[in-house]
Design a binder for this molecule. Structure first.
Ligand code: HEC
Ligand SMILES: [Ca+2]
Length: 276
């Protein structure tokens, strides 16, 4: 629908669904993440790749796209990353745009392919190491608070969202570099409600997870259940409370509960439902 409104010419240039004049900030496409987001992902791809129903869980809206592309495994070809920094040929995103992917259709699906010049700019960004040129992955967070508080933002699933099964991983970002060595302890807990949507009724089930850091600045945490999540409600809890708190490199604990003071647990609830 976004696509229809914006005209969706598929030429990857200057289409801005927010109606901003072309060239306000980015002008012609540049090999930066911000420019690619504004000129390609937002106007062309988010017609499909947005929200809980995004194909293969790939959200390309601002605030989610970086965390779900860079170093994130492809669902269709799990051996490949969607974006492999420094290596466009091995990046599944490029293969999907060029029509050389081993599975599925060429992107944007059922529309004219992006022009080669546009794909060349995206290739260049990947060759340059796929840096993030926007301030934070979470979309919110002004630059003021950036160095004062360590906050986490849920990217996928979003808070209180209902997403289709299977859910392969939970992605959370921080605008500050986190101390990844802390992830080895059990400060991350995922629980299933036991089918009743209630997390205090005594029948909750603890779900084992592995946590990895996909990229720094923003820090992208991928929390992967050992098996894809079945239909139920879930609660992810990341401790911001001593003695085992997630913290940044300066050992400042996260402001998990978002009350403006360091400390407190980060709690994300979401629901997984069976697809028909
Ligand atoms: C009309 C809907 C639609 C549009 C527009 C669209 N896609 Fe897709 N995309 C899909 C669907 C459906 C799939 C899964 C099936 C397939 O690959 O053909 C997919 C799969 C993908 C995958 C594979 C993800 C993985 O983990 O394996 C990538 C990468 C991708 N799209 C990127 C893009 C980009 C970049 C754009 C914009 C240039 C875009 N898509 C536009 C519908 C769309
Ligand atoms: Ca329960």
């Amino acid at each position: 629908m976004t696509c229809a409104l914006a005209g969706c010419a598929g030429d990857g240039k200057g289409l801005d669904e927010n109606g901003r004049p072309e060239g306000e900030s980015t002008g012609t496409l540049q090999p930066t993440f911000q420019s690619i987001q504004a000129n390609v992902f937002t106007p062309v791809c988010t017609a499909c790749h947005a929200g809980a129903a995004a194909p293969l869980g790939l959200r390309l809206d601002e605030g989610a796209s970086y965390a779900l592309l860079v170093n994130a495994p492809s669902v269709e070809v799990p051996e490949l990353r969607r974006v492999q920094p420094g290596n466009p040929n091995a990046s599944y995103l490029i293969q999907k745009l060029e029509g050389t992917a081993a599975r599925g259709g060429r992107m944007p699906l059922n529309q004219p392919a992006l022009p080669p010049e546009t794909i060349a700019v995206i290739r260049q960004w990947i060759t340059d190491g796929a840096p993030n040129s926007t301030s934070a992955g979470g979309g919110g967070g002004g630059s003021k608070t950036r160095f004062e508080l360590v906050t986490l933002t849920a990217v996928s699933p979003a808070r209180d969202e209902t997403v289709p099964a299977p859910v392969r991983d939970i992605v959370v970002v921080s605008d500050v570099q986190l101390d990844a060595s802390l992830l080895q302890s059990n400060l991350i807990q995922l629980r299933a409600s036991g089918g009743d949507g209630n997390f205090d009724s005594g029948n909750e089930v603890s779900v084992p997870v592995d946590a990895t850091v996909r990229s720094d600045l923003p820090t992208v945490l991928s929390i992967t259940p050992r098996a894809p999540l079945a239909a139920d409600s879930y609660e992810l809890r990341i401790s911001g409370t001593e003695p085992v708190a997630l913290a940044d490199m300066q050992a400042r604990p996260i402001d998990g509960d978002g009350d403006g003071v360091p400390g407190g647990d980060f709690v994300l609830r979401f629901t997984v439902e069976m697809t028909r």
